[in-house]
Design a protein around this ligand. Structure first.
Ligand code: FES
Length: 65
């Protein structure tokens, strides 16, 4: 599902950012531009942040191979 139409960024990509580390919405904008144009997707990005395991205090194991 496309979240940011201005920058063509989908929810899966934004979720992957939130899964990597404790990103803020501003961090997402800095990383991929989502939310940095018209701003209409900022609420949707905020919702994805609230759903992220890291934001909810759950520890996530990251395996780097
Ligand atoms: S829809 Fe995301 S900045 Fe416009």
């Amino acid at each position: 599902m496309v979240v940011c139409h201005c920058k063509a960024v989908n929810a899966e990509f934004i979720r992957s950012l939130f899964a990597e580390k404790s990103f803020s919405v501003a961090d997402v904008t800095e990383q991929c531009g989502a939310g940095g144009d018209c701003g209409r997707c900022l609420d949707a990005i905020e919702c994805l942040l609230e759903q992220s395991p890291i934001d909810q205090g759950t520890q996530v194991a990251v395996v780097i191979s």
